[in-house]
Design a binder for this molecule. Sequence first.
Ligand code: ATP
Length: 317
Amino acid sequence: MSDDNRDEPLHDESSHEKPSHDEGAAHERGTHTRVKASGKRVVLDGDLKSLRLHAVHADDKIKLGTKAARVEHAPPHAEIEEATQRLLQRLMSLQDAFHADGRHALLLVLQGRDASGKDGVVKSVSGAFNPSGVRVESFGAPTALELKHDYLWRVHQVVPSRGMIGVFNRSHYEDVLVVRVRELAPEDTWRARYKQINAFERMLSDNGVIIRKCMLHVSRDEQRERLLARLDDPRKNWKFREGDLEDRARWDAYTSAYTEALSTCSTKWAPWYVVPSDDKAVRNFLIARMLVETLEELSPVYPPIDPAVREASKDFA
Ligand code: ATP
């Protein structure tokens, strides 16, 4: 991975740091101060303190084996779930301020093998958001029209706008994953995409999009269990596609493709995280925590009232 710009800030926090009005005037209906998200930071104790995701670095040895799909010595489920609920509550108030603030967009990219839990994260983590501020996009095989365009065309159109949170269930990374593994394009075509993707994400980041990318990593055994459940449970039958078995048979090829995508495209401006995902409670906790930390770092604030509105409403009783 190219190391250029690694030390540059992810986002510009300068513009809204300080209230631009005299705080002494804040008594008037409390509208002159910049108000932060309500609620307090979540305090995590004991083993939960160190249970967090770490961004992939270019020189990391990426491990996608069975061990990496689990967390050793995880606290009891009840404890993890209680902490996740507190994180989700915090996420809700941060999102409210983030939406109003409107300086940035947040893009959460979810990738993972079949049955790795992408839908589960959409439901349990992004389900905490106010629906008017979040949009989930799922990327399947490209349509005939999409194939007539460059592979980023369909992606760019649905990148979230400022104030919005976008969740990608699969993404442009399919164009260096399934396309590579199933040989849907020649190697020089997909290989050139790592650089293109880094440049694309860099451009988005320079334009106010905060990007976080999660690879939900499940072990082979866990995937087997989940696929079997899709066969056995009539409520899950519809989720099972023939292609799932074909992709499972290509396990090692996907491992190589993921390894290269993660190490080549984890940048300061759009980091990748490998999320141990055999245990759904741990997975949800880790992603919720990462999102809370990301939004807290941005310190979203509610914008003050428009001076023209204040003036016009001077005599409003
Ligand atoms: P689950 O992970 O729960 O099984 P899913 O994400 O596989 O769900 P589906 O709608 O069943 O959801 O599958 C989407 C399919 O589209 C995947 O097999 C994926 O590889 C494929 N796909 C996505 N993008 C591309 C692309 N650019 N080229 C070819 N295939 C693609």
